[in-house]
Design a binder for this molecule. Structure first.
Ligand code: FES
Ligand code: FES
Length: 168
């Protein structure tokens, strides 16, 4: 019974009620993942499990048993930001930064969903795949990540630049 967080294995808690968010922040000590609403409404707690974005406040730690979790601390390398992290800075995609780890983790998995051709709410023809403008698609797909500072325009521009530029 263990989960891998950013490549390091950690034991699961004895208490099956512990959320993945609480495990990450309070037991593993990775506080980059933020606690916002704690009820699935804001996206601040988003992490990536085996390539899929999940809300860690609504996920029990034991649901991640044997799986690989990536948090904001697992992106980039020592002394070198992940390209999307740099893009958020370049495009002013943040102010206070509280929502930013969740925005970036969500966007990384979302870009893969888009590249795979997964349809979204703004996709008119489900069989044909994404057919809205790229900005419409990004806005819709990132609508679960709220930013109380109103940095959404910069966030969308940062993600768009990665998709158009072909970066990770
Ligand atoms: S803290 Fe998880 S969605 Fe808000
Ligand atoms: S940058 Fe402050 S909540 Fe998004």
């Amino acid at each position: 019974m263990a989960i891998a967080v950013n490549g390091t294995e950690y034991p699961l808690p004895d208490d099956p009620r512990v959320s993945l968010l609480d495990l990450l922040r309070e037991r593993v000590g990775l506080t980059g993942t933020k606690l916002g609403c704690n009820q699935g409404a804001c996206g601040a707690c988003t992490v990536v499990i085996d390539g899929q974005r999940v809300l860690s406040c609504l996920t029990l730690a034991m649901q991640a048993d044997g799986r690989s979790v990536t948090t904001i601390e697992g992106l980039g390398e020592e002394g070198a930001l992940h390209p999307l992290q740099q893009a958020f800075i370049t495009h002013d995609g943040l102010q206070c930064g509280y929502c930013t780890p969740g925005q970036i983790c969500s966007a990384i998995a979302m870009m893969e969903e888009l590249r795979r051709g997964d349809p979204s709410y703004v996709t008119a023809d489900l069989a044909a795949g994404p057919d809205g403008t790229l900005r419409e698609e990004i806005r819709e797909r990132m609508s679960g990540n709220l930013c109380r500072c109103g940095a959404h325009n910069g966030i969308v521009e940062a993600i768009e630049g990665q998709l158009v530029g072909g970066a990770a």
